[in-house]
Design a protein around this ligand. Sequence first.
Ligand SMILES: [Fe+2]
Length: 377
Amino acid sequence: MLTAPMKNPPWPLPGSRAPAPPAVPSAEAHDVSARIDAVAAGALFAGRAKIACLAAELFEQPHLGPLPTARAIAGSPEVARRMIAVANTVKYGAGIPVTNLEAATVRLGADRARAVAVSRLIGDILAATAPAELRFDSFWRGCLVRGCLARALAMNAQPGLAGEAMLVGMLQDVGMAPLAALDPAAYAEIIQQSDESQLRLAILEWRSFNMNHVHVGLRLMTGWYMPTLVVEAVGRHHTNPPLGPTSDPAIRLWQIGYLVGTLPVEPSRTPAQPDATAIRLLETAFQIGPDRIGRLLQQAAEEFEDVSGMFDACVAAGGAPCDLLAPAAAALGAGPARLTGGSPVFTGHDSHEQHQRCDDPAANREALAHADAVSVL
Ligand SMILES: [Fe+2]
């Protein structure tokens, strides 16, 4: 299985704004593309009918209202049942029971209902195809933590992208499951060697398999007909984004995906030092300085409490949200004890760097095209 890595990615990302590829792809491109197809095939076809049908209904039109959202989700009875149950939990209920899916969708918020419904279906499929060595329930819990952080970031920066951001955070690493199934023992070793660094993980995957979880994830996401903006951001989630604030949704989702992708989510692996790069991006792109990091983490913890009931079948039980977010909090220089209430206090830096806004369409197109050319390592 182990082969020498290629020098350059031979194909553009799906939906890429990069220049068109050559009319006749090289034999090497055909070979690598075929091998990615083969790796993704199991999970892709196991879930294609269910996931693609739901995604097509939910995302064909932007900002679908609660009623059509509920109608689409009703086609997946287990997801629908779970959503009504979650909408009736103490934190939502307020003593007024919800008895139908439309009311549950209104209570959860249509954007969030769409994101968790599709993610729940995807989690079910991946859980059935992932090898035991991946410890899928822990892996998927980490994905959920990233999704909650991503949604909290979007709510602070561009609330209209909250649903897409949640999908980018939660689904950015779906390619890991089929890659792990390729050689479970070797993949477990790679995870160990990556030492909780997602970027290091992607590089080690590349060296071992001549592809990484970004390639496989993109193949899955496009095959499941996920929204183009989400697919593109997943493809860029390990490529440095522009640093400035922006209203461009593609740039914003890129920033969100990259930031949550750099943060540790394994509860047992709290970093010894804050991540200066992540703290800097948080401040320059999102204008979230030290005085607001605690609040951001609190929002992510509340988000986790709100939606984790949707995933109880395939997410590892145990661990309060503040504990699950403790490694990310440490990376951002915040103390985990502050997540459960009180004023956020942390020991991060206190600079207030300003960066030019990323709202020049031509410059953004160039940055996105460049990212797509390099983001698959
Ligand atoms: Fe990743």
